[in-house]
Design a protein around this ligand. Structure first.
Ligand SMILES: Nc1ncnc2c1ncn2[C@@H]1O[C@H](COP(=O)(O)OP(=O)(O)O)[C@@H](O)[C@H]1O
Ligand SMILES: [Mg+2]
Length: 252
């Protein structure tokens, strides 16, 4: 990525993101849908290369927090900073800033069907790199690399909406992977996957973690939690693995 400085808080692409660097910082963050509070006074810091599992009852705000991390919703009170830059309604109005945030923080939706919108798998995976302004040659290189890595070369000309749930999940992951983000947010990634795809995804998450990526995963799945969690974030009154490192947020 080219490094521009016209924005005072430009999110340059980091070359020196070391573990322990505070990457995601919520400070008294509050959010409500209409007038119903969903996130209340969230104080939370996630460092680069942390691998965090979010757990909580249905409706406790896990997906909403992931959306906030990706800049899809903004605080009504308090702040969210990504790598030092305030992410709010105002800063996200700068298209360059928004584009950079979306490039650095990838989000794999719970429902892959609603994440995929292109006519072909190829276009889907090329979308992010094109947005980043890469040349067509570089875009093609990334698409073929990612397809080879995920073993989905035979799907390249297919229409995403015709694919099976597991295939769609892989394409959704590919469309994020092609941007090479620092942070991967997964919302209930194992839901609806068969055993084989499940095992593949567990291995994939393990390799992301090994590569030093920051992982934030909302899940109720114990084997996934065991696989990736450095620590847990519990929402509301949830109590889980009390013997493992954890923090509580969003208590009423
Ligand atoms: N788009 C929306 N409009 C209104 N309310 C919403 C919307 N999305 C989520 N909610 C509500 O916000 C609360 C938290 O939802 P969510 O973050 O999806 O919880 P979780 O992921 O932990 O199940 C729930 O009460 C849910 O009904
Ligand atoms: Mg959810």
């Amino acid at each position: 990525m080219t490094h521009t400085s016209h924005h005072p808080q430009a999110l340059h692409h980091p070359h020196d993101l070391h573990p322990g660097h505070p990457l995601i910082v919520f400070d008294d963050f509050c959010f409500a849908y209409e007038s119903r509070p969903v996130l209340s006074h969230i104080d939370l810091t996630i460092d680069a290369a942390d691998s965090v599992v979010l757990m909580g009852d249905n409706g406790s705000g896990k997906s909403t927090l992931l959306k906030a991390i990706c800049g899809l919703i903004y605080p009504l009170q308090g702040t969210y900073r990504f790598d030092g830059a305030v992410v709010d309604e105002k800063t996200m109005r700068d298209p360059l800033f928004a584009k950079r945030l979306h490039q650095r923080v990838g989000f794999i939706f719970q429902d892959s069907d609603s994440q995929l919108f292109c006519a072909s798998v190829d276009e889907e995976i090329a979308f992010g790199p094109r947005q980043m302004g890469l040349s067509e040659e570089e875009v093609e290189q990334r698409v073929s690399d990612v397809c080879r890595l995920l073993g989905i070369e035979d799907l390249r000309t297919r229409a995403p909406y015709n694919l099976s749930g597991g295939e769609q999940k892989k394409v959704a992951i590919a469309s994020v992977l092609s941007m090479n983000p620092d942070v991967y947010c997964f919302d209930e990634p194992l839901n609806g996957l068969d055993q084989k795809t499940r095992e593949w995804l567990l291995g994939f998450l393990r390799s992301l973690k090994k590569a030093g990526k920051t992982l934030i995963v909302a899940t109720h799945d114990q084997s996934l939690a065991d696989e990736v969690a450095d620590y847990f974030v519990y929402f509301g009154d949830y109590h889980g693995y009390e013997d493992r490192p954890h923090i509580h947020i969003n208590r009423s």
